[in-house]
Design a protein around this ligand. Structure first.
Ligand SMILES: [Zn+2]
Length: 334
């Protein structure tokens, strides 16, 4: 199903209208619940996710995990500025040893995973697939700035939602909740092909008075045993926000017939929710023959020579599986 974006602008001058029933796929929707000082983003992915995952022959569990990483990237990265880039990467010791999602503002997404087929078992959770290691987020604000930021969070047997919570608690100190859901949907026509769908929601508590955002103390870590932990009760508005987001079902996040606006309305209508224009996303790789050619030229002559097989050098893009062929001469491997 191809979804059309409703051509309605929501501005402060015209704040009230009914939620659109038209589902918008491959988009991030920013929203605000002013009465509770909550801000958030909602992502729905359909065809773009299909395009990324179908370029690889991933086992379903790997596709699902990479889908979660892609949704998380869109929730976190869609605020980077024009020409900026947000890269999410995990390196762990589990069956899925590497996930990379590259989001290039304003709308380009690409991603891939590395995994060990022999270690995959049915029923493994995201945390079990990842194992232990870390998740890194790199923000590059574009060619005209030198600002580059990297956030790092340990993965210790938990999934990506948990890692995101840990990151916001420790690094940003913003009360945050994240929900991620990925599923496959059987649709009629074309022999009933399976299609990937994903959705996610990020909710943050950003009160004007910073003391209201104080969270319960971090785990004391190395503190001596028996050290009393000091408990700060969560602000009432944040308690309400967390309880609302905890009611979201995975099926609601990926339901192709439930528009993102309707889902937000379902969650927050009692408090009033303001929804901004959707930001569209597409699956697009930035590789090219020229880029691969200059990469080859950066290799040592010996390494280039070793790449010659059957009289040619073949390079496959890990992100999009595009295959680039060069003669040994073109590859500088003679
Ligand atoms: Zn590519």
């Amino acid at each position: 199903m191809v979804s059309q974006s409703p051509d309605i602008k929501i501005t402060p001058e015209a704040p009230v209208r009914a939620p659109s029933a038209v589902p918008v796929d491959d988009a991030v929707l920013a929203f605000e619940v002013g009465a509770l000082d909550l801000r958030g983003r909602l992502t729905r992915l359909g065809p773009a996710l299909d395009e990324i995952l179908h370029k690889h022959d991933y086992p379903p569990a790997v596709g699902k995990l990479l889908g979660e990483a892609i949704v998380l990237t869109t929730l976190l990265g869609s605020s980077v500025k024009f020409e900026g880039r947000f890269i999410l990467q995990t390196r762990t010791d589990g069956p899925v040893s590497l996930l990379i999602v590259d989001f290039q503002a304003p709308d380009r997404l690409r991603a891939y995973a590395r995994y060990d087929e022999a270690r995959l078992k049915t029923g493994q959770s995201s945390g079990e697939l990842l194992g232990k290691g870390h998740l890194a987020m790199t923000i590059d604000q574009g060619a005209n700035t030198t600002s580059r930021y990297q956030g790092l969070v340990a993965l210790d047997g938990g999934g990506l939602e948990e890692a995101a919570h840990e990151y916001f608690l420790r690094s940003e100190q913003i009360p945050t909740r994240v929900r991620l859901a990925v599923g496959e949907e059987m649709r009629g026509g074309e022999g009933g092909k399976l299609h990937w769908r994903a959705g996610g929601i990020l909710l943050q508590f950003l009160p004007k008075a910073p003391e209201r955002a104080k969270q319960a103390d971090l785990h004391p870590g190395d503190a001596p045993e028996g050290t009393a932990t000091h408990h700060v009760p969560d602000d009432d508005a944040w308690v309400e926000g967390q309880s609302l987001i905890s009611t979201v079902e995975d099926v609601e996040l990926i339901d192709p017939d439930l528009s993102g606006e309707r889902l937000l309305y379902r969650l927050f209508h009692e408090r009033g929710v303001r929804v901004f224009n959707p930001q569209t996303l597409r699956a697009r790789c930035s590789c090219s023959r020229d880029a691969v050619s200059s990469m080859l030229k950066s290799f040592a002559p010996n390494d280039r020579a070793e790449m010659v097989k059957d009289g040619k050098v073949v390079v496959t893009c890990e992100f999009c599986s595009s295959v680039y062929e060069f003669t040994p001469q073109e590859a500088g491997a003679e």
